[in-house]
Design a protein around this ligand. Sequence first.
Ligand SMILES: [Zn+2]
Length: 663
Amino acid sequence: MKKLISLISLIILLVILSGLLYYSGSEYGVSQENSIGSSENYRDGLLKSEYNKVDRIANYNIEVEFDSASKSIAVNEGIIWINKTNFPTSEIQFHLYANAYKSNNTLFAKAYSLSPDAQTQIDIKSFRVNGELSQLIYFQPEIANLHDSTVAKVLLDKTIEPGDSVRINFEYTMKIPRSVKRMGYATGRNFFFVSQWFPKVGVFENGRWVCSQYHPYLNFYSDFGDYSVKIKVPKDYTVAATGVEEAKTSDAQNTTYHFVQSGVHDFVWLVTDEILHRNNIYTRKDGSTITIQAYVQPERERYFDRYFSAVKNCLEYFENNIGIYPYQNVSLVDVPRTSASGGMEYPTLFTVGAELFAPKDAGQPEYLVTHEFSHQFFYGLIANNEVYEAWLDEGFTSYISTKIMYHYQPEILETFKFATYIPVFGLNFLSYNEIPLIYTLVDVKVPEGARSITSYYQNLTIGSIADTSYKLPTRLSYVVNSYNKPELVLHTLERYLGHDKMMNILKEYYNEYKYRHPHGNDFINIVKRNCNEDMSWFFDEFYRAPKTFDYQVTSIKKTSSNEYEILVERLGDGIFKNDVALYTDKDTLFQKWDGIERWKILKFKTANEVIAAEIDPYRKNLLDINFANNSLTVSHRVWASLSLSIRFFFWVQNALMILGSIG
Ligand SMILES: [Zn+2]
């Protein structure tokens, strides 16, 4: 019955949309064949113009058979690994991340309790190197835990010299667990999300292997290559996956999907017997097209348009400001409520989940879509080590998704949104330090990065952005140093350098490091070479140490008929180069203060009447932990409107704890 209703609504929608299409130029279709608008521009899902820019190190050819009755897969996996470094190696290391679900004693399971139906492991039937049966040795490179078998290596008879390649083959079976974190089936639905499922080669760099255990919360790191994956499923099931569907063949019982994708570093897929699938088209400036595929739960059908427009906004913003998305497809997967896979990124595919009721001005699910899409660049294309330097993906993604949301949906930032919950009269309950808030409701906007400020306040001192991510001692210190603080630091950097310069830096960073593995210092060096000023101080203060920032205007003293002394203080250990503003009844005067001393007296000459002084008036430093003391009015008995708005600003930041934890 449900299916019938879905089918009918699909048909109705088709009819409506076919009319709209004439005007919009978009395409719509339930089968992909209708919508590969410009496949001639692509080779294996990657733009031909980008094809030679990829170093193909780890290449996979996989055949999977999915059995719905036993909820299991049987896999035959071939890997060709090419040593593209200048160093020889006599071993190969692998991630076997599905083994994180083996028991409640694994490193991963320290954070997630695994009921028996959520436990699984890779049951290897055979493992071969260059055709010869070989032995895997499990080991724990980072955290000692003998129960953890998420990393293994094979010792080779023959050293692989630079330029040589090796052929690996795994045959294995695996039960798909009940959904925990990123992998598994959703209860109550035939929805199987299969990620981190196949043995994946580690990264050989600078003469040593980097192959991390599956740490709780943390993400992944692997090399680029070409993928060809054939997935055989019962006929009434649909498969979505990384890459483009090159072929689909059926016999009486089964359908085999063949996906290919060049120039990616992971592969994810899902299989389900109940999902809505529609396509849309984004056209780049050069006329080439990207197919946006959306796979949506039937009960969230009404979100299709919002999903498509959020993805299109992202594609456009990146193309206009940073660089093009080079793949043929991007797939959005809306997961069921019983799936734990919501809000996660994979190459050319990401997952999201919407609330059943989500008014548009609340900005969800758009914010989540924008975040997860942005990972296509900061992780998918610029592929940093997420286990060591998570800020390069999560921090940049948080920063750029805020920029995108502010650009396309500024209405979610207006504080008038609060007004809908506030009676116009009788505002006594809504005050902060006796300030009636209504006066500033129409003027003050939620500042960029406000979502991150509240979290940042909760962890000011544990860890710095430069710390190795998996070594941070608590989940909060990991989240703050990977997502929130880097977002605030990148906004601060942009405010310090100017928007255009920041976008040029990101453009350069993208062009230099796409299909590569940058480190924090690579980004810092790009910033430095784009600035006339030596920017080392900025990264010393914001990136390398857990410093806190708090500047204050302490006093305003009239020393003669036309001179004022402003006493400013640095209360925190963090140093920022500040502007200091003096507001008079006729104009505003500015001075610079390098912010190094603990206090400083700045002399201003003016014959006008001074109203107030303010440090960092443009709010460049979003990490100042107390904006309220940044300004001081001449008369202490009344609050000037300036101080009022600032205090409201502060209140809004603290009230805006909206965003939950996302991947
Ligand atoms: Zn993320």
